[in-house]
Ligand binder design. Structure first.
Ligand SMILES: *Cc1c(COP(=O)(O)O)cnc(C)c1O
Length: 528
């Protein structure tokens, strides 16, 4: 086939898709068209989800011929309506109550539009210029809100998991550096050959199996994943028991730290969670800071969820966070930012050197001497989005206090919803929330059958999802299935919550009625 028969291969034609001085109008109309369609969708979406199943949707996506382009943004957006937008999960809907996804603020979306069009890459100054300075201002701003002191620094990351991984890497390498500097550390060496002087490598391999991370049993799984990725194995993470409110028990932490010492293990890090994913519980930070300091352990605070408190009227819930060696914040959770937007902050900027590598083509060492700021020196990533711009425009347009008010509102709502659940005999609720989650389950009347209760709650969640009327999450507590509300939308009213509880009870009741009589608990009236 000749070139001319394939219009898309005409170089002149292909080039009209590139954004540049000649195509600015085309860019404007394509993006305006897509924003117009999306704003219609937001104006008219009545449910968080259509309830479409994988089997229903997969053929629609599979039927698209990726080798037959449409050459028309409007046609592609029509198609996108069918393959994605119609059936997407809409986090802005007041009855989306499932995971830690927030509705997003409009100033951040302006930032998103700008950052992807300009397409700065935040690895080096020569790919971003002002972008680098903006990111650094926001890192400083966040570190100041935390109270990390004059030597603080940090970097934007793709999310809390990456922030936690980087924090654990810094803790590991700081611990190893310190341990290897001890004169007595030589005694742990395993000479690779008889008579050979112990190499640093040999000593490192001795150290790694002795490192331990102490974190509560309710902490995020990314801590265990980090330990595995860092070559320490998931067994390196010691789960510290929690109390009734799902906060780390500091007496148990003290005991575990002592046990490490007795067993010749090295407590590399104590990870406190400021807002556990399931319960929103905030570990006792000041006591944990004392214990970490006493045992020479790096203190990391995972505030992926709780970071919104930094700008809320409940800032005092984070007291003690200022003593951390590192902190994870997810702006894409409680700062109402679009995915992704996260950061890891450190007390001592020198510790970031553990991720610094110099490449001749990118960030040669001489640039450090010339004081050229290359953010790649502090990051696990190389090419990196300018996510910081979203937070910048959010702070410049609406301000930090407005973000804090939104977060405070959902925390207030969760407190009211707790009362609702607590007073409702159909449900059992686990803890009174400090933040904005509620873990609860439907309880059928009559004598309790734990297996049946599990099945009822699993069914209610799935049936609700399939109806598209509302979306709730699920989790396990002490091995049993529970339901979870995560409230991050100030538009969710107490009425919405009551309605969703009724829907859950309806699905649960219908399921119960369909059970064979032997499995059905006796009606409450005949119970003893
Ligand atoms: C969500 C969460 C994470 C993981 O963050 P991602 O942005 O999803 O990678 C880590 N820790 C806690 C406590 C979280 O709630």
């Amino acid at each position: 086939m000749s070139r001319l028969e394939h219009p898309a291969e005409d170089p002149a034609d292909s080039r009209t898709y590139l954004l540049n001085n000649r195509t600015a109008d085309r860019y404007r109309s394509a993006v305006t068209e897509s924003v117009a369609r999306l704003s219609d969708r937001f104006a008219t979406t009545e449910r968080p989800f259509t309830g479409v199943s994988v089997d229903e949707l997969a053929p629609t996506v599979a039927a698209v011929d990726l080798d037959a382009p449409l050459h028309d943004p409007a046609a592609a957006l029509d198609e996108l309506e069918r393959v994605y937008l119609r059936d997407a999960i809409y986090f802005h809907h007041p009855r989306y109550l499932a995971h830690l996804n927030c509705p997003v603020v409009i100033p951040a979306l302006v930032g998103e539009a700008v950052l992807s069009a300009v397409n700065s890459s935040l690895d080096t100054w020569d790919q971003s210029a002002g972008g680098t300075l903006i990111e650094r201002r926001l890192v400083d701003w966040t570190a100041e809100r935390i109270g990390l002191g004059p030597t603080a620094d940090g970097i934007f990351t793709s999310g809390g998991s990456q922030s936690n991984l980087q924090a654990m890497l810094l803790a590991r390498d700081e611990t190893c550096r310190r341990e290897l500097a001890r004169p007595e550390s030589a005694k742990f060496s395993t000479p690779l050959e008889q008579g050979a002087p112990p190499s640093e490598g040999a000593r490192l391999t001795d150290l790694l199996p002795r490192l331990r991370i102490l974190t509560s049993a309710a902490s995020h799984f990314s801590i265990r994943k980090s330990a595995t990725l860092l070559g320490m194995g998931a067994e390196a993470v010691i789960p510290v028991p929690v109390d009734d409110t799902r906060r780390m028990r500091t007496d148990a932490l003290a005991a575990e730290l002592e046990r490490c010492r007795r067993d010749g293990l090295i407590p590399m890090a104590v990870v406190a969670t400021a807002g556990t994913t399931d319960f929103g519980s905030i570990d006792p930070l000041p006591e944990i800071a004392d214990l970490a300091a006493r045992h020479g352990a790096w203190m990391h605070v995972d505030a992926a969820y709780g970071c919104g408190l930094l700008v809320s009227r409940r800032r005092d819930l984070l007291t003690g966070i200022e003593r951390a060696d590192s902190v994870t914040v997810d702006y894409h959770k409680s700062f109402f930012q679009p995915v992704s937007s996260s950061a890891v902050l450190v007390r001592d900027r020198a510790t970031l050197r553990h991720v610094t590598y110099h490449a001749d083509y990118l960030n040669p060492r001489r640039m450090v001497e010339k004081r050229i700021p290359n953010q790649v020196d502090k990051s696990l990533q190389t090419t990196r989005r300018f996510d910081a711009l979203k937070l910048w425009l959010t702070l410049r347009i609406m301000g930090a206090q407005a973000i804090g008010e939104l977060f405070d509102e959902v925390i207030d709502r969760a407190a009211d919803a707790w009362k609702l659940l607590h007073d409702d005999p159909r449900f059992e609720v686990v803890v009174e929330p400090q933040l904005s989650t509620l873990v609860f389950r439907y309880l059928p009347g009559g004598p309790q059958d734990p297996e049946l209760t599990d099945r009822i709650n699993l069914h209610a969640r799935e049936a609700l999802f399939a109806s598209g009327d509302a979306i709730v999450a699920g989790t396990k507590v002490d091995g049993r299935h529970y339901l979870k509300f995560t409230l991050l939308n100030p538009e969710t009213t107490l009425d919405d919550i009551a309605t969703v509880l009724d829907l859950i009870a309806e699905h649960a009741g219908r399921y119960l009625a369909e059970q064979p009589v032997v499995d059905r608990p006796a009606p409450a009236l005949s119970a003893p």
